[in-house]
Design a protein around this ligand. Structure first.
Ligand code: AMP
Ligand code: MG
Length: 518
């Protein structure tokens, strides 16, 4: 394995001078050097060959002991120095102070085909930022992160990626439901990849500490390497930097809404500065369409991070970032303009996105109402979002609309006549609306199928793969990995995954109830 190693982050940004791996507040530094922990019996369970190819890691390399040791933290790549990043964050609406990579360790940067990738291990042991926890990760959460990041990539949702999923061979103690019932679980390590792992919180921590010098250094570094088209450091480029982050964040969240993804913990430490989906923890996929749905049990009371609130939270988080960048911009007005734009752009983009899901491409003044009616109808009784939109692309006749979406209802037998009438009315309006479109129904179907996935990583699917993996069987991980590489394709041989959540999964831990314990 011969990688083209770079180290822009550690060579251009201030390092913590303390080299001890002890838990502490780290001042005036963007990162601390920290080595991964050796593990008892590392074993690779799965790799993403596509991601490996992006890094110039060959199929032969993937089979080597060296690769296994690198991605499980048992060996350090020659001439590299692993490190953990310092960041803070607003958690559930409150400033939480220093957080940092408590269980992530960055290995190195790889440059290949003019792209610079950061390689990071999650669950490879403690760092100065581990606070009261152990720096480790368990198999269940690692399977979920590993599969979902790659699934998002193939759904065309901006995301960090996965390279490998491994067992450490160590056991890890966890209390899944925070109810005093701790148990040992298998330890695991995911190697994950991104052009950058910087978060809103990376900037907030310097601002909170009134360390404007290092804040500026970090912004200049980020613009130089990730937003170079914005030009040399200046107030103008800083404002444009914020503008672009705002646009990318909105873009990402609109994609989440499109595919029915609920992140679950949209704290500012989990918001990528590049607008990529990052930190797959207690996330979930909508089954029944429901703006109020939240998979994270920690958020059951307030539902701050519920599906329908994700765009608002994106904006709230951008306010925190604006505050953090203010010391180097020193003007409120341009930041406010950008935040206002987020709101108006959200209205426009979300309408366009919903229209594309319905196969509507021309303009009509009734569109907003048609879509609102649809969203209301979808929430009358439990209606599977993925199946509904996928089946809708076969719509040809208003009289068979209900029949077409029948299989998306969780309890069709008991649906009232009122609900049925409501749907028939909606299909009548949809049919009328389609008359002013200029494309054929075949073409419309093709376009709709390109934005309405047939296969997503339903919560129960991950859980099945996890249950098998716990017993030492990893075939389902690969089956789902392969399935989710073509989420928009019909794949008739995989039709069994185009199905509603089975009843056993309705209230099961890991399927509808997820905690931050991972
Ligand atoms: P999260 O909510 O998963 O994004 O985590 C919030 C913070 O807690 C981050 O700083 C993580 O690095 C840290 N953290 C989460 N789990 C662990 C763990 N097992 N060991 C150490 N730090 C952790
Ligand atoms: Mg996090």
């Amino acid at each position: 394995m011969n990688l083209n190693i770079k180290n822009t982050f550690t060579s251009e940004l201030p390092a913590d001078s303390n080299l001890e791996n002890s838990r502490r507040q780290v001042m005036n530094a963007a990162f601390s050097f920290a080595k991964p922990k050796k593990t008892a019996e590392p074993k690779i369970l799965h790799v993403s060959p596509e991601m490996a190819a992006e890094l110039n890691i060959s199929k032969e390399d993937l089979k080597s002991n060296f690769f296994k040791n690198i991605v499980t933290g048992n060996e350090v790549y020659p001439n590299t120095k692993p490190f953990a990043m310092c960041y803070g964050g607003h958690q559930f609406g409150n400033w939480a102070g220093q957080l940092g990579d408590g269980r992530a360790i960055n290995l190195f940067e790889v440059e290949h085909k003019h792209k610079n990738w950061k390689v990071q291990l999650k669950g490879a042991g403690e760092t100065p930022y581990s606070r009261t926890a152990d720096g480790l990760a368990v198999l269940r959460s690692s399977v979920r992160e590993y599969l979902c990041a790659e699934a998002m990539f193939y759904l065309n949702v901006p995301t960090t990626r996965s390279l490998s999923l491994s067992l450490s061979g160590d056991n890890v103690l966890r209390d899944v439901l925070y109810d005093g019932n701790s148990a040992y679980e298998k330890g695991a390590i995911v190697s994950r990849i991104s052009p950058s792992f910087l978060r809103f919180g990376s900037f907030e921590i310097f601002a909170a500490r009134k360390d404007t010098e290092n804040l500026k250094k970090l912004v200049d570094y980020t613009i130089k390497h990730h937003f170079s088209h914005l030009g040399a450091p200046s107030k103008e480029s800083y404002i444009n930097f914020f503008k672009e982050i705002s646009e990318r964040t909105l873009e990402m969240i609109i994609h989440w809404q499109r595919v029915g993804f609920v992140h679950g913990v949209m704290n500012t430490d989990n918001m990528s500065i590049l607008g990529l989906t990052i930190d797959f923890g207690p996330y979930g996929w909508l089954e029944g369409f429901d703006f109020g749905w939240i998979p994270n049990t920690t958020d059951r009371q307030n539902k701050r991070y519920r599906y329908g609130n994700q765009p608002n939270i994106g904006l709230w988080n951008l306010y925190q970032l604006a505050n953090a960048l203010y010391p180097i911009i020193e003007e409120v007005a341009p930041l406010n303009v950008i935040l206002e734009q987020y709101k108006s752009e959200f209205e426009k983009k979300s309408l366009l996105m919903m229209k594309s899901k319905l196969g509507l491409f021309t303009w009509d003044e009734g569109d907003v109402k048609l879509i609102q009616n649809l969203e209301d109808s979808l929430q009358l009784v439990e209606t599977d979002m993925t199946i509904f939109f996928r089946n809708l692309s076969n719509f040809t006749d208003k009289n068979s609309g209900l029949q077409l979406i029948k299989e998306s209802f969780y309890d069709f037998e008991n649906i009232s006549d009122e609900v049925k009438n409501n749907w028939n009315l909606w299909f009548k309006k949809y049919d009328e609306r389609l008359q002013i479109e200029r494309i054929s129904s075949e073409e419309r179907k093709e376009k709709m199928d390109a934005v309405n996935p047939k296969y997503v990583l339903r919560n129960y699917m991950s859980q099945l793969a996890i249950d098998e993996a716990d017993k030492g069987n990893y075939t389902l991980i690969d089956e789902l990995f392969q399935l989710l590489k073509k989420p928009y394709s019909e794949q008739p041989e995989n039709e069994k995954w185009f199905a509603k959540r089975p009843e056993w999964a309705r209230n099961k831990v890991g399927c509808s109830m997820l905690s931050c314990s991972s």
